[in-house]
Design a protein. Structure first.
Length: 365
């Protein structure tokens, strides 16, 4: 009889232990009482939607200046078009990390910022005039990098570039590229403001399809793969036998590349701290979530590493292609500093928030 009682007690303890383990895995641990809905609301209403709306406004301006340039090709109109392109490109850095919902569905990132752009495909499209910019085969021949080539890379001088635009095919293609960017952005903004937002802020379950899990995975993926690897690691040769300077962002307007990197890094840190877009007001965020779990130590480490990475980036030449070619050690130093925050975000933060990494790490780093 005593043996039977002991066996039942052991079995009960085992069930209780499994139950506690299951709760922890599913994110239902009693220690996590953070208001996820409030965090999602702040991210949606004060960061994502305003940033996308700002990009939409910038692209509307770009479409207008493009129309003026196409109607009257001259140096002044070219300069205005270039200025508006770069303004929109900087704004885009604040939204690329949010590849969820409609943005993921329409391949927003792939259609807006694959670089270096494929100039052979662009020239073939121009020559034939027969293309579908939405086709996956054109992903590396559209978006901001393609417009970069069209504004700066068609010839060696501005006068020669202006001469190229006496060709109607070049005018039409430039127009189609910019109109495509506007259409995609309008599609994503409309979805966020008409329906997606309301479902997003209440989707708090700690499951793969939960909004917190999706937004955190998209955020960490962006920082690790797009900011760390694409902007810095690949050009500096971290993943190859030699540096690849021609793989910098904004290749044809090279002195813009560092500024885009800094804007992107600022945007990532602002999201971590819950800072409203174009405002100093902070709301519920990954930072306050960690603080609610008594992980102020991790908050301090992450912000310190972001700040340290920024200092390394600020020390770079404004032309990252030139930096790689003349003193690549500073680029690899910047990469190393950026990488430290990857560890804090991907391993430490996601673990503390009980969120699994859902994307595949396949670049061997």
């Amino acid at each position: 009889m005593i043996k039977k009682i002991i066996a039942v007690a052991i079995f009960s303890l085992a069930i209780f232990a499994c139950s506690e383990s299951d709760d922890a895995i599913s994110g239902n641990a009693s220690s996590d009482t953070f208001n996820r809905a409030a965090m999602l609301t702040n991210i949606a209403d004060n960061i994502i939607i305003p940033a996308y709306q700002d990009l939409e406004s910038d692209l509307n301006t770009l479409v207008a200046s493009k129309a003026v340039f196409v109607a009257n090709v001259n140096q002044a109109n070219l300069e205005t078009l270039r200025t508006d392109w770069f303004s929109a490109y900087k704004t885009y850095q604040a939204v690329q990390m949010f590849q969820i919902g409609k943005a993921k569905e329409v391949f927003f990132e792939a259609q807006m910022n694959i670089y270096p752009t494929n100039t052979t495909d662009i020239e073939n499209n121009i020559a034939t005039g027969n293309y579908d910019l939405s086709n996956v085969n054109n992903n590396d021949a559209v978006g901001f990098p393609a417009v970069d080539y069209m504004l700066y890379g068609l010839a060696d001088s501005d006068s020669a570039i202006l001469e190229v635009y006496t060709n109607v095919n070049h005018k039409n293609h430039l127009s189609d590229l910019i109109n495509r960017m506007q259409l995609l952005t309008n599609t994503v903004v409309t979805d966020w403001t008409s329906s997606y937002r309301d479902g997003f802020v209440v989707n708090t379950n700690n499951i793969e399809s939960g909004a917190v899990n999706q937004i955190l995975n998209a955020y960490v993926f962006y920082y690790e793969k797009r900011l760390r690897a694409d902007k810095v690691g690949t050009p500096s040769g971290v993943f190859s036998s030699t540096p690849l300077p021609s793989k910098v962002e904004a290749l044809y307007k090279e002195d813009n590349s560092k500024e885009l990197l800094l804007v992107a890094l600022d945007a990532v840190q602002d999201v971590f701290n819950g800072k409203a877009y174009n405002s100093n007001i902070e709301g519920e965020s990954y930072k306050t979530y960690l603080m609610g779990l008594n992980r102020n130590d991790l908050v301090e480490v992450i912000n310190t590493r972001f700040d340290s990475a920024r200092l390394k980036v600020q020390a770079l030449n404004s032309n990252l292609k030139n930096q790689v070619e003349t003193d690549n050690s500073k680029m690899t130093d910047a990469y190393d500093a950026i990488q430290l925050a990857v560890v804090s975000l991907k391993s430490d933060m996601l673990s503390a928030l009980n969120v699994s990494v859902e994307y595949i790490d396949a670049d061997g780093d």
